[in-house]
Design a protein around this ligand. Structure first.
Ligand SMILES: NC(=O)c1ccc[n+]([C@@H]2O[C@H](COP(=O)([O-])OP(=O)(O)OC[C@H]3O[C@@H](n4cnc5c(N)ncnc54)[C@H](OP(=O)(O)O)[C@@H]3O)[C@@H](O)[C@H]2O)c1
Length: 291
C-alpha cells in the first residue's frame, strides 16, 4: 500500500522543501495543500481517515507546515480534534522547520554539556519560532533560560507563551545594543543565536569575553552570520576555548532528523510529533550513532 503524506501548509504555496524531504524520507505520494486555515482542516483530515481501514491507516500521515508557527499550532489542534478512535493518522508539526531546527540545536547542546540542570542558557532573539521551541525544550530539561528581544513587550509575550506551552519558567531580557550583551551573558554556559537570517547578533569580542561560556550555536546561515567568528560549517570546533556550531553544523543533523521523523510517521497511526516527541527521536538517533 502506498505511503501518502497529506501536507497542510498555512502559507499560500506549500513548501517545496518539505515535499522533497518527504519523498526522500520514503513517502510515495505527497498531497499538498497551501493556504490552509483552521476551517479547512476537518474535511481534509476526514478525507484521510475514511478512505483506508484502521489497520492500513499507518500508511497515511499528515504533515503541518508553513511560515507561521502559531497558525501551524492551530492547524495541529484542529487536526487532532478531527480524529477519533480507531480512525486516526499520525501527524507532525514543523512550521518553517522550527521544531526540527530547534531540536537539532538542543541535542547538540545536551550532547556537549550533559545534564542541563541549573545551567544558564542565553537564546538571542528567542522570540521567533525556533528560539521559542529551543527555549522551551532546554528549560524543560532544567536549564535556566533567558531569551532576548529588542522589545520588552515582545520578549514578555514570548516568555509567557513558552512558559504556558512547555510548563516551564524562562526569563526575557531586552537587548537593543551589543553593549547590553555582557550583562545577559554573565554566568552563561550556552549561547544560542536564533536571530534572523543575515543579521549579526553578537560581536566576537563580546562572546569571547564571556568566561563561563562553554558552547555557542549560530542558526543563521546567511552572511553576515549571527555570532561573529563562528563559521557556518563549524560542527563542534573549539574557538577561543568554546565549542562552536554554525548553521550547517546543526543543519545536517536537522535534515537527518526531519527525514527520520517523516519515516516514523508511517510506522503507526497515532503519533503526534511536536517539539518534545521530535526531541526524543533526535536523542534516539544520537544514541544509535554512538559506538
Ligand atoms: N538550518 C535550518 O534548517 C533552519 C530552519 C529554520 C530556521 N533557521 C534559522 O534559524 C534562525 C531563527 O529562525 P526563526 O524563523 O525563529 O527566526 P525569525 O522569526 O526570523 O527571527 C527571530 C527573531 O529575531 C528578531 N529580529 C528580527 N529582525 C531583527 C533584526 N534586524 N535585528 C535583531 N533581531 C531581529 C525578532 O525578535 P524581536 O522582534 O523580539 O527582537 C524575531 O522574533 C534564522 O536565522 C533562520 O534562518 C534555520
Amino acid at each position: 500500500m502506498r505511503k501518502l503524506l497529506l501536507q497542510l501548509d498555512s502559507s499560500r504555496l506549500p513548501s517545496v522543501f518539505d515535499q522533497i524531504v518527504a519523498y526522500d524520507a520514503g513517502a510515495d505520494v505527497v498531497l499538498s495543500y497551501g493556504g490552509v486555515t483552521e476551517g479547512d482542516v476537518r474535511d481534509l483530515i476526514h478525507g484521510c481517515i475514511f478512505t483506508r481501514g484502521p489497520k492500513d491507516l499507518h500508511n497515511t500521515a499528515v504533515w503541518i507546515g508553513g511560515n507561521n508557527m502559531s497558525a501551524g499550532e492551530q492547524l495541529l489542534a484542529m487536526a487532532q480534534d478531527s480524529l477519533f478512535a480507531p480512525f486516526s493518522v499520525s501527524i507532525m508539526l514543523d512550521s518553517n522547520g522550527s521544531n526540527t531546527t530547534a531540536v537539532a540545536a538542543v541535542v547538540r547542546i545536551e550532547e556537549a554539556l550533559g545534564d542541563m540542570t541549573g545551567k544558564k542558557v542565553v537564546i538571542l532573539a528567542g522570540t521567533g519560532p525556533v528560539g521559542q521551541r529551543a527555549a522551551g525544550l532546554l528549560a524543560h530539561d532544567g536549564a535556566r533560560v533567558t531569551i532576548t528581544s529588542r522589545k520588552p513587550e515582545q520578549g514578555e509575550k514570548a516568555r509567557q507563551f513558552i512558559s504556558a506551552r512547555f510548563n516551564v519558567q524562562v526569563d526575557a531580557f531586552t537587548v537593543n545594543d551589543p553593549s547590553q550583551l555582557p550583562q545577559v551573558l554573565d554566568g552563561a554556559e550556552v549561547l544560542l543565536n536564533s536571530g534572523p537570517a543575515g543579521v549579526q547578533m553578537v560581536p566576537q569580542a563580546v562572546w569571547t569575553a564571556a568566561k563561563t561560556l562553554k558552547i555557542a550555536v549560530d542558526l543563521n546561515a546567511v552572511p553576515p552570520l549571527g555570532i561573529e567568528g563562528v563559521e557556518v560549517n563549524d560542527a563542534g570546533k573549539k574557538r577561543n576555548g568554546v565549542l562552536v556550531f554554525g548553521a550547517f553544523g546543526v543543519g545536517n543533523f536537522k535534515t537527518s532528523l526531519h527525514k527520520a521523523c517523516v519515516a516514523r510517521l508511517f510506522t503507526r497511526n497515532d503519533l503526534v510529533l511536536d517539539a518534545e516527541a521530535i526531541a526524543e527521536i533526535a536523542r534516539e538517533l544520537v544514541k544509535k550513532k554512538k559506538p
